[in-house]
Write a protein that binds this ligand. Structure first.
Ligand code: IPM
Ligand code: MN
Length: 351
């Protein structure tokens, strides 16, 4: 019996999560697994009512679950940063979800903004470090508000944190068993402390993986290759900030935020899966948002629980719906409503 903690969150989060749960129910019938869900009201609404983002008790409660399914966090009435750090980053850090796994896969060339790219050309995974770097929140103001003000923001990289991320990436590349190529994406030419460490650890660990081809690309060049030659990539490992940036570009070349999903993974703890697109406030309550990213996140969640067949079938159903039904992957332009897209995937799964 899987215990799934559901955090629908803000904006369109609840709408896409309810389509994901529809697909979860269909998958459990078809693939014979049992689950129970519990909904948690973390998000803007609770914050605006109580001033609470997330406390230690909430985190302890979540530790009892097999996985967490998250909609979106962020609200126009709450100052940017409060909910993001108080809830999303807090969960990633307190549950030590040190990997942010973001597959970039093109399901249908007609939704790719790049010319002449086929699904086999855009099929890679970004392994983003998820617990350190610039996201650590280290730094300070000096003489805040004065003419001579200085704001310092530190990128914090531990040997241990870097090594566990790089090891995960090598293992993942081996397990994925596609082109068996791992690219380190960094900035060794300028950020000479952080990326010196990353590069040394990458080279050391690579000795243990003779079956994996390794490569290095600066982060700026990586964005160029994403557009020009995405077929060069199989798995990319990078730090928290660079991973954040390049995966938004990755999402665009796979068809947009409507389809991009990610997992915040603690390989020996509780992992959390989410569509990466945010709360999209302007579409809230209109039944127009694309739920496929959330459905793909559910697929990742099930794969992580070991329900590999169900995960594979969900992806196949999504591919089928994308290729045969949808006019666009963008909100309001799909030719179907949010709930209809959820129905299509669930029906296709049960066939
Ligand atoms: C993401 C988001 C978050 C991040 C924000 C909302 C804090 O952009 O998951 O990529 O920067 O990690
Ligand atoms: Mn981001």
């Amino acid at each position: 019996m899987y215990k799934i903690a559901v955090i629908p969150g803000d904006g369109t989060g609840p709408e896409v999560i309810s389509e994901g749960l529809k697909v979860l129910e269909a998958a459990s019938q078809k693939y014979n697994f049992k689950y129970e869900t519990k909904v948690f009201d973390f998000g803007a609404e609770r914050y605006l009512k109580t001033g609470k983002t997330l406390d230690a008790q909430d985190v302890d409660e979540l530790k009892k679950y097999s996985a967490i399914y998250l909609g979106a966090i962020g609200h126009p009435e709450v100052k940017p940063g409060i909910l993001e750090t108080g809830i999303l980053l807090n969960l990633r850090f307190s549950l030590d979800q040190y990997i942010n796994l973001r597959p970039v896969k093109l399901y249908d060339p007609k939704f790719c903004p790049l010319k002449d790219k086929r699904p086999e050309d855009i099929d890679f995974v970004v392994v983003r470090e998820n617990s350190e770097g610039l996201y650590k929140g280290m730094g300070e103001f000096k003489d805040k508000g004065s003419e001579s003000e200085t704001a310092i923001q530190i990128s914090y990289n531990t040997r241990c944190g870097v090594e566990r991320c790089i090891r995960y990436a090598f293992e993942y590349t081996r397990r994925r068993n596609k082109r068996k190529k791992l690219t380190l994406c960094g900035k060794t030419n300028v950020l000479t402390y952080a990326w010196d460490l990353w590069e040394r650890v990458f080279n050391e660990v690579s000795e243990e993986y003779p079956d994996i081809t390794t490569d290095y690309a600066h982060v700026d060049a990586t964005t160029m290759w994403f557009v020009k030659n995405p077929e060069w990539f199989d798995v990319i490992v990078t730090d928290n900030m660079f991973g954040d940036i390049i995966t938004d570009l990755g999402a665009m070349i796979q068809g947009g935020m409507g389809i991009a999903a990610g997992g915040n993974i603690n390989p020996s703890g509780v992992s959390m899966f989410e569509p990466i697109g945010g709360s999209a406030p302007k579409y809230t309550g209109k039944n127009v948002i694309n739920p496929l990213a959330a459905i793909c996140a559910l697929g990742m969640l099930l794969e992580n629980l070991g329900e590999v067949k169900a995960a594979y079938a969900i992806e196949a159903a999504v591919i089928k719906i994308v290729r045969t039904k949808l006019k666009s992957l963008a909100a309001g332009k799909m030719g179907y409503s949010t709930t209809e897209v959820g129905d299509l995937v669930a029906e296709s799964l049960l066939k």
